[in-house]
Design a protein around this ligand. Structure first.
Ligand code: SF4
Length: 64
């Protein structure tokens, strides 16, 4: 799957980090989303689907 986090839309709520902490983090400087590692090939589509639903700004998209 291909994961995309749009830092231009992110408002730093941290819901992605709470839902999938192994995939997402927040920048120490601005609090905006950071994706760990290569965005291709992440295994847990269900967790990423919950992140898409939980993000208040629509910043997270992925294609299974
Ligand atoms: S849940 Fe959305 S708005 Fe909140 S930190 Fe993650 S990407 Fe940004």
């Amino acid at each position: 799957m291909r994961l995309f986090a749009d830092r231009g839309l992110c408002v730093g709520s941290g819901m992605c980090v709470l839902t999938a902490p192994g995939v997402f983090d927040q920048d120490d400087e601005d609090g905006l989303v950071v994706v760990h590692g290569d965005p291709d090939g992440r295994g847990d589509a269900a967790a990423l689907g919950r992140v898409v639903d939980a993000c208040p700004s629509g910043a997270i998209t992925f294609m299974p």
